[in-house]
Unconditional design. Structure first.
Length: 337
């Protein structure tokens, strides 16, 4: 089997494995009492990770350069990064919910790359002069790994919002410090209501010979809905793991942006040109910097930072793919424009 045929087989096999893995993880959430479903899902993610790694390795041998020069290659690299980051997140939570949110995204990325992109865009092409640099591996690989980590962290934040839907979750303590986190517990609050049972007075008019007498009848307020202990524990884990994954992705994003600036100065004579890709990379960096600042300095916990992280998921996709679809710039080569 030649390398091109091997790549075609591996990209389709990776898609099929991830599709089956997604169904397995969803099944483990629907039927939690069926044994070994979560283990089967973890095995599927491992097989997909190895399959994509083999695909990128075959591409490297065929083309003679690190396979990050066009959309097809970068999509599979970021899918590989998501499957790798999945294992970090799953090892911290032991919950099938992690795979239930990461597997569909990795599957969709491989489906887009293998089944949607036209054949010419899937073929390896000679590098353009600007890409013939050792910075290709350093800058692009670090950026894509940061995207993968930030996506996984953002997806877990979305899962946190779904699990705690309809309730405002605040963490008493901090998930930043290790000692504080071990003693932390979530408390449920409803905006505008006291934590204790409210009492409202109902005025009753009673006619009697002595006149109208006002009586007060205490009425208990509607009880605040409580999460089950299982959901409460899951929400606590999702909040903590989301923070940790974003905490991993943010330094990688910072290093990738700095490496890109140095490479830009060598290739184009300027560290920063306000290219659309550069601008959106800065916007993405600011969103996640605000997330980390809110958690570490302002003490935000629970739903507010989760909403900010969910917004960051959109920013990552705009930076990674959107600017190449909608605008022209120095980073348009090897993509759609």
């Amino acid at each position: 089997m030649d390398l091109v045929a091997l790549q075609n087989w591996l990209d389709n096999a990776s898609f099929a494995i991830l599709f089956a893995t997604m169904l397995i993880y969803w099944g483990s959430l629907t039927f939690p009492k069926i044994p070994y479903l979560t283990l089967a899902g973890t095995t599927g993610m491992g097989m997909a990770n190895l399959g994509i790694a083999a695909l990128l390795g075959a591409r490297w041998l065929e083309a003679g350069y690190f396979p990050l020069s066009n959309l097809y290659e970068s999509l599979f690299f970021i899918a590989w990064g998501i499957t790798a980051m999945h294992f970090l997140a799953e090892s911290m939570s032991r919950s099938p919910l992690v795979g239930a949110v990461t597997a569909p995204v990795a599957m969709a990325i491989t489906a887009f790359a293998a089944l949607t992109l036209p054949t010419p865009m899937q073929s390896a092409e000679p590098l353009v002069p600007a890409l013939k640099s050792n910075w290709l591996m350093m800058h692009v690989s670090v950026m894509l790994l940061s995207y993968a980590a930030l996506m996984v962290g953002s997806l877990l934040a979305v899962a946190f919002l779904v699990v705690t839907s309809g309730q405002n979750i605040e963490l008493k303590g901090s998930s930043v410090g290790t000692g504080a986190y071990r003693s932390s517990r979530y408390q449920l609050h409803r905006a505008g209501e006291a934590a204790e049972e409210a009492v409202e007075a109902e005025r009753l008019s009673v006619n009697n010979p002595g006149g109208t007498v006002a009586l007060l009848k205490p009425v208990s307020a509607t009880a605040v809905p409580q999460l089950s202990p299982q959901k409460l524990s899951l929400a606590e884990a999702l909040d903590n793991i989301s923070y940790r994954m974003i905490g991993l992705g943010f330094p990688l994003l910072t290093i990738g942006i700095i490496a890109g600036a140095v490479w830009a100065n060598e290739a184009w004579g300027s560290y920063w040109s306000w290219d659309p890709k550069e601008t959106w990379a800065l916007i993405t960096w600011l969103v996640f910097a605000a997330y980390l600042h809110a958690r570490i300095t302002r003490g935000w916990q629970g739903r507010r930072p989760a909403i900010l992280a969910a917004t960051g998921f959109t920013m990552v996709w705009i930076c990674y793919l959107g600017v190449n679809l909608l605008g022209k710039g120095l980073h348009s080569y090897g993509w759609f424009l």
